[in-house]
Design a protein around this ligand. Structure first.
Ligand code: SF4
Length: 291
């Protein structure tokens, strides 16, 4: 398949392979801490979509150093993006969070920050912090959207309206060098393919730099997993999903960076679809698809 992948974008930007190192800043999420709810989004594991991040009890420096050691076993690359992944990484004491972002930048091999968050937890102070950071390094903000459809958003307990997302996009776009990535999920059991394509078309019209497209992963221990175990619902098979990705990609600008095309739930907890666990085969089949 023809698309602008994150790897090729990083090579354009830095001239080399760049690894994203998943870090845990010790954040929580309003859907978890009782502000909006305690059970999280219906599909969210208790790890806040950060199954691959390091131990939150370690400092950022320690997490980086541990992860870099692992990367060095398979590559001689020395370029890293500090990826604040778990939960909502702009949610919390701004001063403490700012210190953690800055701590990552003390590492001379860290060439940028990727910060995953929700659009409803970016305070005025945080917009200023992001603006200052983006003057001195590359900053990518990853905003969860998942769907534009209100019924689905309510079903999954997202906790904010589309208007909140749109306001965050507007504010983030006022920061000249900051890049926005939007995360969407395909194959919600309550959505038709047409609805999923509407979410994609909406993203195609946004002034954003990149997109992460995941297919819904049903994980053990989540409310969605419990519902699935009681009464399994159909999810796309690998072939069908790859064909669907073939429909999605031409709807996006060729300049848009595609950071992900499938879900990436922890294999040990994956209930469905099981084909997601075979990442290599899925990647090979996606690449071989002529769309
Ligand atoms: S917003 Fe993210 S971290 Fe919070 S419950 Fe939903 S998926 Fe989990």
């Amino acid at each position: 398949m023809n698309y602008r992948s994150a790897n090729s974008y990083y090579r354009e930007l830095f001239g080399d392979k760049v690894y994203r190192i998943a870090l845990d800043a010790g954040c929580t999420c309003p859907n978890r801490d009782g502000t909006l709810g305690t059970r999280g989004c219906i599909f969210c594991s208790g790890l806040g979509s950060g199954e691959f991040a390091a131990d939150r009890n370690m400092t950022i420096t320690e997490q980086l150093s541990q992860a870099k050691e692992k990367v060095r076993k398979k590559s001689d690359s020395h370029l890293y993006i500090a990826y604040f992944q778990n939960f909502s990484n702009t949610y919390g004491d701004e001063k403490v969070l700012s210190e953690k972002y800055e701590e990552a930048l003390l590492d001379p091999e860290v060439v940028g920050l990727a910060i995953a968050t929700r659009p409803d937890v970016i305070s005025e102070e945080m917009y200023t912090i992001l603006s200052n950071l983006s003057e001195k390094t590359h900053v990518w903000i990853e905003l969860g959207l998942q769907t534009i459809h209100e019924d689905t958003a309510n079903w999954m307990r997202r906790g904010y309206d589309l208007s909140v997302f749109e306001e965050a996009i507007r504010r983030l776009k006022m920061i000249p060098k900051l890049q926005v990535i939007v995360h969407v999920i395909m194959d919600f059991p309550c959505e038709t393919k047409q609805q999923m394509l509407e979410t994609i078309d909406y993203c195609a019209r946004l002034p954003i730099h990149g997109i992460k497209i995941a297919n819904l992963n049903v994980l053990r221990g989540t409310d969605l997993g419990t519902a699935y175990e009681k009464e399994p619902f159909p999810l796309m098979e690998r072939d069908e999903y790859i064909a669907f990705i073939g429909e999605i990609l031409p709807r996006l600008s060729p300049d848009m960076v595609i950071y992900r095309l499938t879900g990436d739930g922890a294999k040990r907890d994956l209930l469905a679809p099981l084909w997601v666990g075979d990442k290599r085969r899925t990647r090979n089949e996606l690449e071989a698809n002529p769309s």
